[in-house]
Design a protein around this ligand. Structure first.
Ligand code: SF4
Length: 885
């Protein structure tokens, strides 16, 4: 097959269109789809590298029971029997599904139907709970429905874009590029970044408000009062379309200016400047993301933001409105079909008896869940308490992503019956499964996803299912049939499921519910296959083109009015001691979630190759932490060890640790282990930020850096982190051993034998050591050891794996750990697309290339996907943190 196939990127909620063209040699050519309304041909570094993640290494290809490969029939019979037996003995609430924003809408629909309509429990929740549940709760409280009012183009049309708790440059890069391009065209457009860290998104910001974590409510309550004081409120809109303004304003006015300044940590002048900017700018969009949602006050933050938009009537018109940017590719699709434990399908409510009757009647199901099920954190607590005895986890890795990761792992281990459907055999969750089912991955499976702006796009398969992999919906339908529910789960393919779901959205829906896909309810398989991106509501042809909501009211509450929420400012989280720092978590540019896909590519792994902690130099100095030291971070639940990256971009008193590293890629880098299981009271979303922690230098005597052609199966070191590189693997190492045992320990860590070492070099003055192993003129492994973090250039050392070392000079340069003059050190990779290092960019800048365009022309960096452009700008400003290179 070499025909180009239009599909959708499987990573973030931007939902970019991709054109995938399988090549005769088995590779896949990936391009952005110029016709897709989310990206118009752009892709970020992750999307561009999709073709490099499609190998079958570590894939689960056959069903397994324990260690044994079995037939699908045997596996499905056992799954059905396990669930049936548990339900018969302990009732429907003794079983649960934990699904994912990575699965397709059709998979979600079948999972939800089976659990809520046939098993009769609502114990189905999704990892989207960790991402945007507070936005859902905030939308429902204000609008009566989970409706995103605006469109991506509003981010370009606005005069003021306020980014709250969103590192758009790294987490939604194509949206960032769209905003950056709009701002370049209209420099008068203002961007305000609200984030404790001066992230790369600050590159396009006119103002950066480095507020204290979880002070967003204070900030936006103060804004509501300021808008009122300035007479900027839209009384006509408030009177015609809303309820509760006075109560919300009264609550906001209770906050004194001193309280706002103390909570946020801002100065009065900065606060005034921000408020004045909002007051005088009609066309305002407030885009918020996980910095808002992942909090014990996440839902209140969302409503504090929405209150300001309702008060000014700045909603649902071009360039105006609150906008929730979802993290995952199909978080929205899951919301639409009831993937959350507290929702029914098609934006209907479990607690509404009419909705229950409607859905049950449509499904002709024997039962229907009558109360909300357990949300993710409570669900796994119930697994740990033994209340849930059969658990099916699909396309997600909760051991690495849920708070209190050690407790989650213990709960899964103790659960009597665990089924995991996934694509990779080696994840920290799969290893605890009783039954493993091989799922189809991106490029193989077929269905739809919905992005953050309500655009439904097709994800199309362009490769055959490998081995015996099967679609998730098929697995659930087969189990349902074996549980005795044949008639309701006989689907020929995803088109059948989509049609059923679209029809359900239309039932008794003369405008009382936002989600109505009437225009898509009759698609046959051929039409479904050819479906172009459509927006909901797709009630008719016109409304599927991208409609905004609420400019003229029409909310989905009983009286059609929006509700202001009298939000209260949250109480500050207490610190055990003033020595503690505040841990915030998030994503890096080139990795996705628990790295199961992105760590397969050397290109993406080269950007940030080990888990790290971004810390302000003052906080580091106070703890005697030097650049690139290994540090321990201790919370009430656990301790991890990561690399220190000193950066004045970090707010003093705060640290940042990325979420991605798992036990597969680092000895102790799982930040989820540090997060306590605290949740927002309305949404149940865990607070993955604002965690008190202690940070100190790790007690290791030796540091090491190694490159190896073959990865050792067990890396025996007190600290390690591994990343793929061209020609093999790179390893960061740490040892607590004495010098006498160091060489043996280092050789073992690299999977080599000290007896066979080709060159062993020890600098008498410093004690630094190098061990090299060659096969012919090729390097097979090199390890560099030092008392302090090893200063060898990583990218130069990696290049040695593919270089020839036939003469002694080349080998002695290697032993000395130095690039020769003929091989200048490229520095850490900044541009993944063209493998351009920071030093190359600096050199180009020093030669007079002082703009992004000039750098692009000189060394190509930033000229493909553009994801690194903010980092190039930072280098141009000589403000790039490089400690953990
Ligand atoms: Fe994929 Fe990047 Fe687009 Fe997100 S912004 S959908 S990760 S290409």
């Amino acid at each position: 097959m070499t025909k180009p196939v239009k599909t959708t990127c499987p990573y973030c909620g931007v939902g970019c269109g991709v054109i995938a063209t399988p090549q005769p040699d088995g590779s896949v050519d990936i391009k952005g789809d110029p016709d897709h309304p989310a990206n118009f041909g752009r892709l970020c570094s992750k999307g561009s590298a999709l073709g490099e993640t499609m190998d079958l290494e570590d894939r689960i290809l056959y069903p397994k029971i324990g260690e044994n490969t079995v037939s699908w029939d045997d596996a499905l019979d056992m799954v059905a029997a396990g669930f049936r037996e548990t339900i018969d003995n302990y009732g429907p609430d003794s079983v649960a599904f934990y699904v994912s924003g990575q699965i397709l809408t059709e998979d979600y629909y079948v999972a939800n139907k089976l659990m809520k309509g046939y098993i009769g429990s609502a114990n189905i929740d999704t990892n989207s709970r960790l991402c945007m549940a507070s936005s859902v709760a905030g939308h429902k409280r204000a609008f009566g429905s989970d409706t995103v009012p605006g469109l991506y183009e509003d981010l370009e049309l606005t005069d003021l874009l306020i980014l709250v708790g969103s590192n758009l440059a790294w987490c939604h890069p194509v949206l960032y590029q769209r905003v950056a391009a709009a701002k370049q065209e209209r420099p008068e457009m203002k961007v305000v970044l609200i984030d404790p860290r001066r992230t790369m998104t600050a590159d396009i910001a006119d103002m950066h408000l480095a507020i204290n974590p979880d002070s967003d409510c204070h900030l936006f309550m103060g804004l509501l009062a300021a808008l009122n004081d300035a007479g900027t409120i839209n009384q006509n809109y408030i009177d015609k379309h809303t309820n509760g303004f006075e109560a919300a304003l009264e609550e906001a006015c209770k906050l004194t200016s001193e309280e706002i300044l103390k909570a946020t940590g801002l100065g009065q002048a900065t606060l005034n400047e921000f408020y004045d900017l909002v007051i005088r700018t009609e066309k305002t969009v407030t885009l918020y993301s996980q910095g808002v949602n992942q909090s014990t006050s996440g839902t209140d933050k969302v409503n504090a933001i929405i209150n300001c938009h309702l008060a000014t009537g700045r909603i649902g018109r071009p360039g105006m409105g609150p906008f929730s940017a979802t993290g995952q590719p199909n978080a929205m699709g899951g919301r639409e079909v009831g993937g959350l434990a507290n929702m029914l399908a098609s934006h209907m409510d479990i607690e509404n008896p009419q909705h229950r009757d409607l859905v049950q009647g449509f499904w002709r199901s024997p039962t229907i869940a009558e109360k909300p099920g357990l949300k993710a954190v409570d669900l796994f607590k119930a697994v740990g308490d033994g209340k849930i005895k059969a658990l099916w986890i699909m396309a997600t890795n909760p051991v690495d992503s849920l708070p209190d990761g050690d407790a989650i792992e213990a709960a899964i281990k103790a659960c009597p019956f665990v089924v995991v459907s996934d694509i990779l055999a080696e994840t920290d969750t799969v290893r605890h499964a009783d039954i493993v089912l091989p799922s189809a991955g991106w490029g193989e499976k077929d269905g739809t996803v919905t992005n953050s702006e309500r655009a439904i796009s097709r994800q199309r398969g362009f490769l055959p299912f490998p081995g015996e992999a099967r679609a998730d919906w098929w697995q659930m339908a087969e189990v349902a049939k074996r549980m005795g529910f044949d008639d309701a789960f006989t689907y020929a393919g995803p088109a059948d499921i989509f049609r059923e779901y679209a029809t359900l959205t239309t039932l008794s829906n003369d405008g009382v519910r936002d989600l109505n896909l009437a225009a898509l309810a009759d698609l046959d398989a051929t039409e479904f296959d050819a479906l172009e991106t459509v927006y909901w509501p797709a009630r008719d042809h016109a409304s599927s083109k991208g409609k905004r909501f609420f400019a003229d009211g029409g909310f989905f509450t009983p009286d059609k009015r929006a509700r202001f929420l009298p939000v209260k400012a949250p109480i500050e989280i207490e610190r055990a001691s003033t020595e503690q720092l505040t841990l915030n978590t998030g994503r890096v540019r080139d990795h996705w979630h628990t790295m199961t896909r992105t760590a397969k590519t050397a290109r993406l792994s080269g950007h940030l190759a080990e888990p790290y902690c971004e810390i302000h130099p003052d906080d580091a100095e106070a703890r005697d932490i030097q650049p690139a030291d290994l540090v321990t971070i201790t919370a009430a639940t656990a301790m991890i060890t990561v690399r220190a990256l000193l950066s004045s971009r970090q707010k003093p008193g705060n640290i940042f640790v990325p979420i991605h590293w798992t036990d597969q890629f680092a000895s102790s880098g799982r930040v989820d282990r540090l997060i306590p299981p605290l949740t927002d009271p309305f949404s149940g979303q865990p607070a993955s930020k604002n965690v008190p922690v202690a940070v100190k230098r790790a007690a290791l005597h030796w540091h090491g850096f190694a490159v190896t052609r073959d990865l050792p199966t067990n890396i025996a070191a007190d600290y390690w982190a591994k990343a793929k590189c061209d020609g093999g693997w790179r390893l960061e190492l740490g040892f607590a051993t004495s010098e006498a045992n160091l060489a043996t320990a280092a050789a073992m860590a690299c999977g080599e034998d000290l007896e066979n070492v080709s060159i062993q070099y020890r600098d008498k003055a410093t004690g630094q050591q190098t061990l090299l192993w060659f096969h012919g003129d090729r390097l097979t492994a090199a390890v560099f050891l030092a008392r302090r973090p090893v200063s060898v250039s990583r990218i130069w050392a990696v290049d040695q794996l593919t270089a020839s070392h036939f003469d002694l000079t080349a080998r002695s340069k290697l032993a000395a750990g130095r690039a020769g003059l003929d091989q200048p050190d490229r520095g850490p990779i900044v541009c993944s697309c063209f493998s351009v290092g920071a030093n190359e960019i600096r050199l180009a800048a020093q030669s007079g290339n002082r703009t992004l365009a000039a750098i692009g022309k000189a060394v190509s960096a930033g000229t493909n996907c553009g994801s690194c452009r903010s980092e190039i700008s930072a280098i141009l400003e000589e403000d790039m943190p490089l400690a953990a290179e």
